[in-house]
Design a protein around this ligand. Structure first.
Ligand SMILES: [Zn+2]
Length: 220
């Protein structure tokens, strides 16, 4: 699938597009063969300035998923594990707020797990950049910089069988490494909803425009 063309960076909507940027970030597909990643026109700053954010978010997604399926095992072993060994700032951030918590199973048995915070602003930035890029990829229109993009991590598996979710467009990148569903309001194209599923085990919801404002009210 070829992306539409733009002389302006589709992420910031202002600077000239002199590079192509992967959306979602390339590092999220470590170990995936023939991933057929998506790229969009981007400026130098948006493309290169984001790699540290991308690496951090990949690590936290991978740590949250664990090694529960072959794809997430690949993500950890080929990417996230190396990041935390190599990157001191990431290691410190992780250790600073990780703690052991008791998890009680359905049978009443107790196991200890590591709980940690995902850095919200970094997570928001990476998901917002990905969404602006994919928005352009599908619409051929740059989402104006003034339009708010709001990302939240979903803590459980959302119900994908509702009528509203089934009406969304369905996309799959890298043999299921990233599945996303999206819908854009026809009479208000700045408003859109995106549901991401990374490695079948990590879910996020992103909204733009008026949909984003509505969601902010909802979660306050
Ligand atoms: Zn830019």
């Amino acid at each position: 699938m070829q992306p539409p063309k733009s002389n302006v960076c589709v992420i910031c909507g202002t600077r000239p597009a002199v590079t192509v940027d992967h959306v979602p970030p390339k590092g999220f597909f470590k170990g995936v063969v023939n991933a057929q990643l998506r790229t969009v026109p981007a400026c130098w700053d948006c493309n290169n300035g984001a790699s540290s954010d991308d690496e951090d978010v990949r690590f936290f997604i991978s740590a949250q998923i664990g090694k529960q399926n072959p794809a997430s095992k690949q993500l950890w072993e080929n990417g996230a594990h190396k990041s935390i060994l190599r990157k001191k700032t990431l290691r410190e951030a992780f250790v600073a707020n990780a703690r052991e918590v008791a998890v009680v199973g359905a049978d009443g048995s107790q196991t200890m797990r590591i709980a940690f915070h995902i850095p919200v602003f970094t997570y928001q930035r990476v998901l917002a950049r990905t969404t602006r890029g994919l928005y352009f990829f599908h619409c051929g229109r740059v989402l104006p910089a003034s339009i708010r993009v709001n990302a939240i991590m979903l803590t459980g598996t959302p119900n994908m069988e509702t009528e509203e979710i089934r009406m969304l467009n369905f996309e799959n990148i890298g043999n299921g490494a990233c599945i996303y569903r999206y819908g854009i309001l026809p009479d208000d194209p700045d408003s859109s909803l995106w549901i991401y599923e990374f490695h079948h085990a990590h879910w996020a919801m992103v909204t733009t425009g008026a949909a984003s404002a509505a969601q902010t009210l909802l979660i306050q």
